[in-house]
Design a protein around this ligand. Structure first.
Ligand code: NAD
Length: 470
């Protein structure tokens, strides 16, 4: 990173810093206008180019791009437009009698100059999603998308340039050194989506300026299935959730914990659905995505080699081809507890299965790992479902389904501890980019003035009465 480049980032930051109060004072209508422009760009002007870029970067089938990127962004914008007026209003609250003579409210004011750092697996959705929240809240923002999906990042740069002035929204492309340089600047809020390890780097950098952070991270999301579950229906959803985007989804079911008696039925049913979704030859299937880079391909194969060296069994899939970054939907059983597949976030189309005899064993296994971003439970037993939820912690949960909680804008989305800090989507995203400013307005003489010094015995009595009665 040359001094000139670092200086150019500082200059950009300073321009946004100068402009922040102007942007902050934009009205509801002005913000809606910006959201409408972004919606038009995604829905019409650039839609085909978006699908094309995703196909080049990730081999994403068009239907998947449409549903998981275009539709998600449009849905997000529509939801925000519907509710923004209410969110921008003064939020009145009660005032205690001891503060007689005043009224109270709080406002959601923009945090100021924000930084969004995004990953590659849903490049548009995970960049424009936080951008929508940031615009709704009235911030200026610098965006750094992932270098792993160059076609998508370049297209996003074009879209941003087309729609916004740099002193309001700017996109800077580049690798880690660009993030590192940006993280040196005193942003007011940093919204990071990526791995827990980089999340720690981001939080450390934010601490230097006491910038607030939203960290949307990942980790190992478990799926627990007991023998009361409808295995056929469960496996249909799990195979879809696990192999969508070739498993490169933060809320993908990372590993399976299944009650022993239904393990074989589960594996057989998974094989049936894999064949149904992706045919006998997933490599030829137009519905199946590819691994993002050769580096990630090698990482995933090293997990498989490691499992094999520890005597695991590959009971489905396992075929791969480096040239086309293809790894077949794969199921692995009989894993040693030291295997990488049980200790690293997989983020790929490999599904390890562990069986348990008692539900407590499955719960203990989950709790022996970091807190996950998602935890899924398949069961018809209300007692078991309650037991799993109340004895574990996770960012989100689906009961008898997976992944889809992400798509409900009414729900907060995010992790807990190692899987994330803070929430996004809908109102929660708006809140992440806002400071709740408390305001007390004094109308006439206030009761608190009775308690100002000097502290006479009369005031002491009033203080006692206040503690007792108000
Ligand atoms: P990553 O952490 O490697 O990279 C994310 C971003 O951080 C990229 O823009 C990258 O350039 C930047 N970056 C990488 N190393 C950096 C460093 N040392 N300093 C500063 N910036 C750096 O993640 P990824 O590989 O792009 O994405 C996969 C991870 O993201 C998985 O862990 C996945 O679970 C997680 N994820 C989480 C969510 C969510 O919403 N919670 C969504 C998607 C992905």
């Amino acid at each position: 990173m040359t001094q000139n480049t670092q200086n150019s980032y500082l200059k950009l930051f300073n321009r946004q810093k100068e402009n922040q109060y102007k942007v902050a004072q934009t009205s509801y209508n002005q913000r809606i206008k910006k959201l409408n422009a972004l919606q038009r760009a995604i829905e019409f002007t650039y839609r085909e180019e978006i699908n094309d870029a995703l196909n080049k970067d990730l081999g994403k089938p068009k239907v998947e791009s449409e549903l998981s990127e275009v539709y998600q962004i449009i849905g997000d914008i529509k939801y925000v437009k519907k509710h923004l007026h209410k969110w921008m209003r003064k939020q009145k609250v009660e005032t205690p009698l001891s503060m007689l003579g005043s009224s109270s409210y709080y406002i959601y004011e923009p945090k100021g100059v924000c930084l969004i750092i995004s990953p590659w697996n849903f490049p548009f959705n995970l960049t424009f999603g936080p951008l929508i929240s940031s615009i709704a809240a009235g911030n200026t923002v610098v965006i750094k998308p992932s270098e792993m999906t160059p076609h998508s990042s370049a297209l996003m740069a074009t879209i941003i340039k087309d729609l916004f002035d740099e002193d309001e929204v700017a996109l800077v492309e580049g690798e880690v050194e660009v993030s590192t340089a940006l993280l040196k600047l005193p942003f007011n809020h940093i919204f990071f989506t990526g791995s827990p390890n980089v999340g720690k780097i981001v939080m450390t950098a934010a601490a230097n300026h006491l910038a607030s952070v939203t960290l949307e991270l990942g980790g190992k999301s478990p799926t627990i299935i007991d023998k009361t579950a409808n295995i056929k229906k469960a496996t249909k959803k799990i195979v879809w959730g696990k192999f969508l985007n070739a498993g490169q989804i933060c809320v993908s079911p990372d590993y399976i914990l299944i009650e022993e008696g239904v393990k074989e039925e589960f594996i057989n049913s998974c094989k049936t659905w894999i064949k149904h979704f992706y045919s006998n030859e997933p490599k030829q299937s137009e519905s199946y995505a590819r691994i993002v880079t050769p580096k990630h391909f090698d990482r995933l194969l090293s997990y498989l080699e490691n499992a094999k060296s520890l005597n695991a069994n590959i009971v489905a899939g396992g075929e791969h081809d480096k040239a086309s970054k293809f790894i077949a939907p794969t199921i692995v059983t009989d894993l040693d507890k030291e295997a990488s597949l049980l200790n690293e976030e997989i983020f790929g189309p490999i599904m390890p299965i562990i069986s348990y005899k008692k539900l407590e064993e499955a719960i203990d296994f989950v709790n022996s790992k970091e807190r996950p971003l998602a935890l899924y439970v398949y069961s018809k037993s209300k007692t078991n479902i309650k037991k799993v939820i109340s004895n574990t912690r996770a960012g989100g949960t689906c009961i008898n389904n997976n992944v889809i909680h992400y798509a409900n804008h009414n729900l907060p989305f995010g992790g807990t501890n190692n899987s994330g800090i803070g929430k996004s989507h809908g109102f929660f995203g708006f809140k992440a980019f806002s400071n709740e400013r408390a305001v007390v307005k004094q109308h006439f003489f206030g009761a608190t003035e009775f308690l100002f010094p000097p502290y006479t015995s009369f005031k002491e009595k009033i203080a006692k009465l206040t503690i007792k009665w108000f």
